[in-house]
Design a protein around this ligand. Sequence first.
Ligand code: ZN
Length: 285
Amino acid sequence: MESLGDAFKEVLRANTKEQRTTNFEKGDYKDDEGFLRCCICHERKEFDLEFPDGEVMRVPVLCKCGVRKRDEEAERKNLAEKVERIKMLKANSLMDRKFMESTFDSLVVNQDNVKQVKICRRYAEKFEELRKKNQGLLLFGTVGSGKTHLACCIGNYVMDNLRAVIATSLVKILQNADLLKDDGFVRQMSMADLLILDDLGAERGTDFALETVYNVIDSRYRTGKPMIVTTNMTLAEMQNPADIRYKRIYDRIFEVCYPVEFTGKSWRMREAATRFDAMKKLLEE
Ligand SMILES: [Zn+2]
């Protein structure tokens, strides 16, 4: 036991020596009892440690400012690590580059999307709770009404909270069907805390495509983790598909995705209307 105590003292002595230089600011002073004090908060930066054998060692201790400085440094380090992890999540998300920076705060809200934006923002904010319930979203309706953009706003929000997201489309998966033979990719899709599948219904209706779409959606369903699906189809088209083979796919989606309808004018139409008005003003007024 003696040697263990000695070893401990040895470590303490070495630390003390090192900390005397790091735990010292110009202006610190010794008090009447010979303890080092901080020149800012005037707290002691040393105390006497008494060992069972009676030896007393004067060892450094952090003053108020020292504790604050240590905590701030730890926080800075945590933040830097978090930023790094978010960067990694985004790099691995497969999200279209143009949506990487999409956030609710930078979104243009108008009368056509105010309700949908509110729902999607709430979904993002409550993701931790909804994730456990395997609750996803089905964003459906007008072409170009910003469904993909909103889905990516949710995805980015979720990644900013350190959750893994995969954002891709069934068309892309079908174009790279070999991906589904790649265990890494399949695992990545099922590991993701949120899977965003863009533009359902845009794929060609071959048996192979349908089987693949069903497999992707069904295996996601089985992981018990949420997905967000966007589609240009109407609810009626999905509830009563002309092609009955689609029914089991849509049924799976309805089971776990809350439908949000987009009815507004498309961005492209709005853009065209704005340009028309501008031209009219320029040429006719
Ligand atoms: Zn201090």
